[in-house]
Design a protein around this ligand. Structure first.
Ligand SMILES: NC(=O)c1ccc[n+]([C@@H]2O[C@H](COP(=O)([O-])OP(=O)(O)OC[C@H]3O[C@@H](n4cnc5c(N)ncnc54)[C@H](O)[C@@H]3O)[C@@H](O)[C@H]2O)c1
Length: 316
């Protein structure tokens, strides 16, 4: 049986599928040619990430298709319910990248706490002519240890960030309207384990108590953090959005930075992707990444092998 990985898949995923007798094609077929390609090659499994769209036309007109697989979480590019009604399996790998996103958030937090985002911009330009000036400018760093981490959205990624926060010596407060408590188990290199029970509290209390705030909610109609939420936060708070663009009101964020309410912030996702607002890109209080939260080799490997396992279970 043939698998088309139209947006790519890890070598570990290809190896697992080939070992089970599947043929894996990694050609990237243009959207408008996809239907013909699937039919001409009798593709049984179509794997996508976020680029390829799998809409009703493909589902209706490609009878060889048995599985649509999404490497990652969000399935907005697939007509999931329609595909399932038509008897197709739709699979994804929701947990594979949680730890990668959580580590990126902490990369930003540690960087912001010590001005790395600015220092890395300034050292190439002034590191030789103004070393002492930069040393003074970046002297007032802060530690994460002992601070309070507020997690808004306490699902897979929220809990993964909380675990790193605990390891970093932070106190954890969390809000999630659908989760009352979570048991977080930390595994250490020598086989020891430690578990922490975190009971969620109100959003208002999280916003009031936290020194660092990180968002891990799904995309939704309204902003989760807007002007009113910024007003509740501690002065000098540091916040991160690696969830979805549109979860934080970017205009309100820039205003909160200008007023000093928010000291610094990290954005991995933007209301306008792939062309974020220039006033965000040029803002010296922001640490920025181009939606690379899940982009680690380890996450890609886990995505590939998890998809392969599910495909083998269904069709093997
Ligand atoms: N930056 C990246 O590259 C990247 C990668 C993967 C996922 N994500 C995004 O991360 C987010 C979280 O993913 P996850 O796997 O943890 O999802 P999840 O479903 O496991 O957790 C999301 C949690 O948010 C809670 N929630 C919903 N609305 C809320 C609200 N208004 N306030 C507080 N909590 C709310 C839900 O109850 C749920 O527990 C998603 O938006 C996902 O798209 C980003």
């Amino acid at each position: 049986m043939k698998v088309l990985a139209n947006d790519g898949v890890s070598q570990s995923g290809i190896d697992a599928l080939e070992a089970a007798g599947f043929e894996v094609l990694t050609t990237t077929v243009a959207q408008e040619q996809l239907q013909n390609y699937i039919n001409d090659n009798a593709i049984s499994v179509l794997l996508v990430r976020s680029a390829t769209k799998v809409r009703k036309d493909i589902i209706d007109n490609c009878p060889s298709l048995k599985i649509i697989g999404r490497g990652g979480v969000g399935m907005d590019n697939i007509d999931v319910e329609y595909a399932r009604e038509k008897g197709l399996h739709v699979i994804n790998t929701p947990a594979a990248s949680s730890h990668s996103v959580a580590e990126l958030v902490f990369g930003h937090f540690y960087g912001l706490a010590r001005f790395l985002h600015n220092s890395n911009r300034d050292m190439p330009l002034e590191g030789d002519s103004n070393f002492k000036g930069l040393k003074k400018a970046y002297a007032k760093g802060v530690e994460l240890k002992g601070k309070t981490l507020g997690v808004i959205g306490f699902g897979r990624i929220g809990q993964a960030t909380a675990k790193i926060g605990i390891g970093a010596g932070m106190k954890i407060v969390a809000f999630d309207p659908f989760i009352e408590e979570a048991n977080l188990e930390l595994d250490f290199f020598d086989g020891q384990k430690a578990s922490f029970n975190i009971k969620t509290i109100s959003k208002e209390d999280v916003l009031k108590q936290a020194d660092f705030i990180t968002l891990h909610v799904p995309a939704q109609k309204d902003y989760v953090i807007d002007k009113a939420e910024f007003e509740l936060m501690k002065d000098g708070v540091i916040i991160a959005n690696a969830a979805r663009g549109g979860v934080v009101n970017e205009i309100a964020l820039v205003k909160a930075i200008e007023s000093g309410k928010v000291a610094k912030a990290a954005l991995d996702v933007f209301e306008k992707e792939p062309q974020p607002e220039v006033q965000l890109l040029m803002n010296p209080s922001l640490s920025l990444t181009p939606h690379t939260g899940a982009a680690t080799n380890e996450a890609q490997d886990r995505i590939g092998t998890e998809l392969a396992e599910q495909i083998i279970n269904i069709l093997g």
